[in-house]
Design a protein around this ligand. Structure first.
Ligand code: NOJ
Ligand code: MG
Length: 582
């Protein structure tokens, strides 16, 4: 058996709960739908709400409890819905408000909970608030961050008030002719940042939350939390302070790139967390006043670990139910070792505050797909990992069947982050590849749409590999995924069992054990070499025989096969879920 290179034990003392005693979101399985690419019901080449509605049974069938939709509100689509021009109206190409209500009802009738994307940091420049702000209407004048700019002492020319850079490259300040001032946009030029130091802005946004809560929505995924507040203007200079260069500009040499600066004045301010607490209070209050199912908050924040822990609450006040855990998403790649995986799990589990749930996010519409990031041969392993960890799992649509990044040519590129680059570099920036349409079956456009032209090309071959084919096959990524979500729902070990891990060579092994005594061992061979394991020496009280309940597609072990704990062969890139037999 391989040399033991690291043992780290962590027994989580969780009180025993059956699934029925848990609230709907606790330990939940969340699914992110990118509606534009999920299913087009009306043949215009763009996915829509009725398309999602048609496919809700699929979502239920793969074991989900909660669904969050990327934004579906009225928008000029400069950032595909993350630029909203009306927060309470559905974008016509996605359907109507009635369609959304019908979708909510249908979700509820299937036992699913529906979560909307709340984009509070910025509106579209076509939002009425911005237009009125531009026009200097008194109530709206300070809804956004405006500044005259500064005069350059050498050239005598007017220039932006600070060196701040947009996430989508170039200056974060844009000159507005009509108002004769610069406005701040931390994302695209068409996404002006709201001014959260104006209480009217906060109240308007609270009303947006209340509007959707009143329509039965079950919670919100909150966009771009670290960008909500910026430092206040410096009274001495009358302007905003420049941000320092990033401590490691060698990894980000291009001065137009966001990563070139250290965003001390525009990112992850304490006020960002404070407002999450306020929004939590708002949804909690709603829940208790209206006696509804718990309304949840999921927060999107690429920020420090300390901030993420803080996002949960401060001991006195609660914050986000699900502060998205992007540690692994940001920290793991196809070179990572089993110890790296192990580190991230323990890091979260051993630092999160008492009384909250861990959560795990491996992919979303802003990052390359799992199969492309970790290699297609690890597609099942990543899903086994995600679905067998303690806490909440978040799956980006398509990952359940091992979907890969789609190819999108420069000509077909539409993501502003890609378009702001050039034909030679756009692939580094563009997020279109992880947003290509869902592959339902082998008909035209993979069953996504009957249109001649889809908003993004169908990104990969789908003749033999699609949802229908995987459902029909004897075994497939999708079937494996369904077995995993089933285990999560039915087995106490996965509902609230303890977690104890060991790293052997490049293999991460962990036990999930329920108080009732039921135990499962998960073996993840992250590496590219087969490893023979003596599992009996790794854990106490292990039975000599183990049953393989699920494993990667290419493991060559049928489910139900009994294996010897003392000589278990873990194939390179493969994952296994083993049950202790008595
Ligand atoms: C994060 C979203 O996930 C991303 O897609 C979007 O471009 C930015 N926030 C701006 O809203
Ligand atoms: Mg459509």
């Amino acid at each position: 058996m391989g040399k033991l290179i690291g043992i780290f034990l962590l027994a989580l003392a969780l009180c025993h709960l059956s699934h029925s005693e848990q609230d709907w979101w606790e330990n939940g399985n969340f699914y992110q739908i990118y509606p534009r690419s999920f299913k087009d019901s009306d043949g215009d080449g763009v996915g829509d709400l009725n398309g999602v509605n048609e496919k809700l049974e699929y979502v239920k069938d793969i074991g989900m409890k909660g669904v969050w939709l990327s934004p579906i509100f009225q928008s000029p689509m400069a950032d595909f819905g993350y630029d909203i021009s009306n927060y309470t109206k559905v974008q016509p190409e996605y359907g109507t408000n009635e369609d959304l209500l019908a979708l909510t009802e249908r979700a509820h009738s299937l036992g699913l909970h529906l979560i909307l994307d709340f984009v509070p940091n910025h509106t579209s420049d076509e939002h009425e608030w911005f237009q009125r702000s531009v026009a200097n209407d008194s109530y709206y004048r300070d809804f956004y961050i405006w500044h005259d700019g500064v005069i350059n002492s050498t050239t005598g020319e007017r220039q932006p008030p600070s060196n701040w850079i947009s996430q989508f490259r170039y200056s974060a300040w844009e000159w507005n002719e009509q108002r004769q001032q610069y406005y701040l946009h931390q994302f695209g030029v068409k996404q002006p940042d709201l001014n959260y130091r104006n209480p009217n802005v906060v109240e308007e946004m609270n009303n947006v939350l209340r509007f959707w809560l009143a329509r039965g929505i079950d919670g919100f995924r909150i966009d771009a939390v670290p960008f909500l507040f910026e430092v206040e203007i410096d009274p001495q200079t009358g302007t905003y302070p420049d941000e320092p260069l990033s401590s490691d500009i060698s990894t980000c040499p291009d001065p137009d790139d966001w990563c070139h600066l250290n965003h001390t004045f525009t990112n992850s301010l304490p006020e960002d967390i404070e407002i999450i607490y306020q929004w939590r209070e708002l949804v909690d209050q709603w829940t208790s006043e209206h006696n509804t199912d718990t309304k949840v908050l999921l927060t999107e924040a690429y920020t420090s670990f300390e901030n993420l822990m803080h996002m949960y609450g401060d001991g006195l006040r609660n914050g986000s139910h699900v502060p998205f855990n992007f540690e692994m998403l940001a920290g793991l790649n196809n070179k990572s070792s089993a110890s790296d995986y192990d580190y991230y799990v323990h890091h979260w589990l051993s630092n999160m505050p008492k009384g909250v749930y861990a959560n795990w996010v491996l992919g979303n519409h802003d990052n390359p797909r799992l199969a492309s990031r970790f290699g297609a041969q690890r597609a099942d392993l990543m899903n086994i990992f995600l679905q067998t960890l303690p806490g909440i799992a978040v799956t980006y649509n398509g990952e359940e069947y091992g979907m890969e990044n789609g190819y999108v040519s420069w000509e077909d590129t539409v993501d502003p982050q890609g378009c702001n680059a050039d034909p030679t570099t756009y692939l580094q920036y563009s997020r279109d590849s992880e947003r290509t349409p869902f592959l339902w079956d082998n008909t035209t456009n993979a069953g996504f749409s009957t249109a001649n032209h889809t908003w993004l090309p169908i990104g990969q071959s789908y003749a033999d590999n699609n949802v229908a084919a995987q459902l029909a096959a004897e075994n497939s990524h999708l079937k494996i995924f369904k077995q995993l979500t089933q285990l999560r729902q039915s087995e106490a070990a996965f509902i609230d069992g303890s977690y104890v891990s060991v790293v052997v060579k490049n293999v991460l092994v962990y036990i999930r054990a329920a108080e009732t005594g039921d135990k499962y061992i998960v073996v993840l061979n992250i590496g590219d070499e087969n490893v023979s394991l003596n599992l009996g020496t790794l854990f106490d009280d292990l039975s000599a025989k183990l049953e393989v309940v699920v494993s990667s597609l290419h493991s060559d072990i049928p489910n139900g096969q009994i294996v010897n704990a003392n000589s278990f062969e873990a194939k390179a890139y493969n994952g296994y879920v083993l049950r202790l037999t008595n």
